[in-house]
Design a protein. Structure first.
Length: 235
């Protein structure tokens, strides 16, 4: 994958005949997750950290996918971010929740990191919201994630029938309601992350419906679209 923050090109081909040639064109401004430096430190000497950079909060995607001996032209929406740091995620995080979506003229990316007991399960939220090319919110404040109704993953962890991603600062609010979750992928996070196996780690990807309500500066808008939610249990 190569690009310049505005346009990215993805190419791969496997010996088994799987391949892709895709072009991602950015629709919302790139950002450091959570605003500021996009970095979270886990020690006073500032040597243990994780970082989050959202290169493509939202993008139009077009190109070809090759499988079953045939090449297919595809187009749709895409997303690309990048995480890195000096610590393995599940050494410092008990779990995380993440989602993204393009709702009409709004682009939303939201995440909540929950640290391990060593760090007192401190919650580290981050919300990015853009309207067209204007970033409205990019911060680690005023944001919570709550759920209701218990379901169980194949690995034995709990997740919720509904999840509410909520931001409020004064009278301004942003609320994303996630409903009708269906498991798309469930398995070891080692495949998807830089986790090290101990305990009972599990990565979960859900599909469902997202309803976004934005009420900022007296302007109230609501839009719904299918979205994905990731939940990663570190232990």
């Amino acid at each position: 994958m190569s690009g310049d923050l505005k346009t990215y090109h993805v190419h791969f081909q496997t010996p088994r005949g799987l391949g892709a040639d895709l072009v991602f064109n950015r629709e919302a401004p790139s950002a450091r997750g959570g605003g500021g430096s996009g970095i979270v430190y886990f020690d006073p000497s500032l040597t243990r950290y994780v970082r989050w950079f959202i290169a493509l909060p939202s993008a139009k995607v077009e190109g070809t996918l090759t499988y079953n001996g045939q090449t297919h032209h595809v187009h749709g929406e895409g997303y690309h971010d990048h995480n890195w740091g000096t610590v393995s995620f599940n050494h410092v995080l008990d779990r995380w929740f993440w989602t993204t979506g393009h709702f009409g003229n709004y682009t939303l990316d939201a995440g909540l990191l929950v640290t391990t007991s060593y760090y007192n399960h401190q919650q580290l939220p981050a919300l990015y919201l853009a309207r067209g090319n204007q970033v409205l919110i990019n911060e680690m404040n005023h944001f919570t994630v709550h759920g209701s109704g218990n379901l169980t993953t194949p690995g034995g962890h709990d997740y919720r029938k509904t999840m509410n991603f909520h931001w409020q600062n004064g009278t301004d609010t942003v609320n994303l309601l996630f409903t009708n979750p269906k498991i798309v992928q469930a398995g070891s996070p080692v495949v998807r992350t830089n986790a090290t196996i101990f305990g009972n780690p599990e990565y979960l990807r859900l599909s469902g419906n997202g309803t976004l309500n934005v009420n900022i500066a007296g302007k109230n808008q609501t839009s719904s679209t299918p979205i994905v939610v990731e939940i990663n249990y570190g232990h």
